[in-house]
Design a protein around this ligand. Sequence first.
Ligand SMILES: Nc1ncnc2c1ncn2[C@@H]1O[C@H](COP(=O)(O)OP(=O)(O)OP(=O)(O)O)[C@@H](O)[C@H]1O
Length: 587
Amino acid sequence: MKVKPKKSNSMGQYAELLSRYLFPQKGTLVLLTLLLFASIGLQLVNPQIIRYFIDQAQAGSAMQPLITAAIFFIGFSLVQQLVSVIATYYSENVAWKTTNKLRVDLAAHCLSLDMSFHKSHTSGSLIERVDGDVNALANFFSSMIIHLFGNLLLMAGIIVLLFRENWIIGAGMAFFVVFAVFMIQWIRKFAVPVWAGWRQANAEFYGFIGEHLEGTEDIRANGAVGFVMNRFYTMLRKMLPLRVKAFLGFCAMWNMSIFVFALGNAMAFGISAYLWYSQNISLGTVYLIFFYTELLAKPIEKIRTQMEDLQKADASISRIRELFATQSEIKDGPGVLLPKGPLSVEFRDVTFSYDGDQPTLKGVELNLKPGEVLGLLGRTGSGKSTMARLLLRFYDPQSGMIALGGTDIRNCTLAELRKHVALVTQNIEIMQGTIRDNLTFYDHAITDKEIVDVLTELGLGSWYESMPEGLDTMLASGGGSLSAGEAQLLAFARVFLTKPGLVIMDEASSRLDPLTEQRIEKAVSKLLTERSCIMIAHRLATVQRADHILILDNGHVMETGRREQLAADPNSRFSQLLATGLEEVLV
Ligand SMILES: Nc1ncnc2c1ncn2[C@@H]1O[C@H](COP(=O)(O)OP(=O)(O)OP(=O)(O)O)[C@@H](O)[C@H]1O
């Protein structure tokens, strides 16, 4: 897996992301910008109406102009509310559509990455990327740019209008804006790091709870509940001072804002009082100045939070770009198609290592004819599952070649290869969902009749009939509602439905009850007809089905040959295994 070097986010990268995800929404963006202008205009106009109202009332004017002004004021206020509701609707829409597209792209990219990537990244960290970081970008996409620009415009509009009233109040309030931004930024320097510390402690705490809830069975079985609780209390104790500090920091920020804006109001009142006494402005204008000063608080606060969001978005963009830059080493081949029906399997001098250091498979050779069954034997850790992983191209060997139906598997696309090769492992994943979804993996091309036929054929007919809602019956995550045998048979049913040419089966090594074993034996017989099969065998009965035997020892082929021949040769390792009993020797 290659990771391109990380670069800091330049404007170009922002532009790239915006043009790719936001540009398709340009119509809505134009509408949002227009709504924003309308909202700014309405916010600036309303105080002017109040000023007019006060001045007219003070001058003892007739009722009619006052009523008209009041109606205009109410009308504009209502329109402003309406504009803000419509703008919220559209900005949420843009945020959802753009981030969803990004989420889909990231999820698809993660799924396309090879196993070494997934082994080195926990599912939690991927969820954090695909959802957490993308959520952090929602605001960036939906409104940040427009609102940042809009708030700057509103602030500039207020200052310009104040200058229009009187240059002293204009200059005074311009100074106040600079002072307020500086003070709020200054106090943030102290408050933000304590918040970051608190969030980090929080993330660790939830990670701890999640991990230990998942491992509840092991913790109880090992009598470790007391130790875990001890650690839990220790973490809580460490969190208290962080929480107190974080809230004090928050309080300091909040109080600083109130203090700064109170200073602003005091200054506005002071200047207004002076101008009013010197008869430079009317009482209505005093109110106008007060109103605009109050209105100034909003963009200053908003610009501050938007700058914070921009910092968060910047970190998320870096992480998302890094993930997109991670490329899978397992690439689609030119697209050669595999033949239909049972596939021959060939390993030619295959050497493979997970870490590029100690080889797990060394010079492995195998020749299996179409429709034959290979019994793959070897001690735990000898490399049996690794051979299966190479056949599905979860990894590629460092040297040698693997062919199916005479085609080098590196020449097929991954989708084509995985359509023809099915893997049934001991760990059967049952997802929370209907029986249908669990069997078809959401492939709507598979009909209900096909599914029911396969279930009946595998001896699951009466089990299926007992399901209250048929194929729509929900199965619990992890297959809690199924017996081990039923779960195994459902895994076989999945394979039957995909109709592969090669089945790789990692046989369950644990003993099942005789009845279930019998059902599984029958199902395996059906599974093997008209298919090639590689069976990682743990039971004598299974080995008896094999045409060919391959025994691995520490990544080497220790012995290989036709089963009858090896069984007949008293010196072969296989005949010794048969004599001793497979389970005792191999497991
Ligand atoms: N993802 C991995 N990264 C690094 N090493 C691995 C990885 N998977 C397996 N190995 C190592 O490769 C060797 C072979 O593992 P493999 O799973 O193929 O053995 P196996 O014969 O199938 O064993 P078992 O019968 O216990 O399943 C082991 O030493 C194992 O520790």
